[in-house]
Design a protein around this ligand. Sequence first.
Ligand SMILES: [Zn+2]
Ligand SMILES: [Zn+2]
Length: 177
Amino acid sequence: MHEEMKSGSCCSGEKGEGSPVPEKRLGWHEYFMNVAHLISRRATCSRAHIGAVIVRENSILSTGYNGAPSGLPHCNDTNCIIYQSKHPDGTVEENCVNTIHAEINAIALAAKHGVSIKDSDIYITASPCIHCLKVLINVGIKTIYYDNPYKIEQINELLRLSGIRLVQVNVASNLKE
Ligand SMILES: [Zn+2]
Ligand SMILES: [Zn+2]
C-alpha cells in the first residue's frame, strides 16, 4: 500500500512546515509580460534579446523571439551581420541581416498553424520598430503592450494615424536579462 499523502504538502515549496508563504497573485498584464521576458531568453541574435506573446481574451495564441529562420545558422553560433539604414529624419539605424524580429516570428507561428490573431493584443519586451509596427497594424492587433521603450519617437506618427494603442507595462522581473 502506498503511504497516504500528507495533507497540506501540495503547493508548498516554502521552507518549513505549516503556514504557506502568501504570494501576490500576478495580474494579467504582469503575467503576460513576464512570459514575454522568459521567451526572450530563447533569442539568438547577439544584438538584442526580445520576446513577444500574442494574447486574446487572456489566452496565449502565439509566441516569438528574435533569431534566424528555422534551421539556419543563428547569430550566437556565427556572428551578427549588420547593415545600416537611414531614416527620413536622418538617424542611422543598424539591424542584423540574419534576424527575424520577435513580433514577426509570433505572427509567422500563428500563420503556420492557422491561428487567427485578429483583434488580439501583443506583449513585447521592447516597443516595436516601425517595420514590425506596420505588420502588427495589418494583422489586426488592437493594443501593443511593451516593457522597454525603443525609438518610440520613430513610430509616434504611425501610431497616431493607425489608432493602434501602445501601452507600457513595466515589470520588475527576475526573468529580465
Ligand atoms: Zn544578429
Ligand atoms: Zn521589429
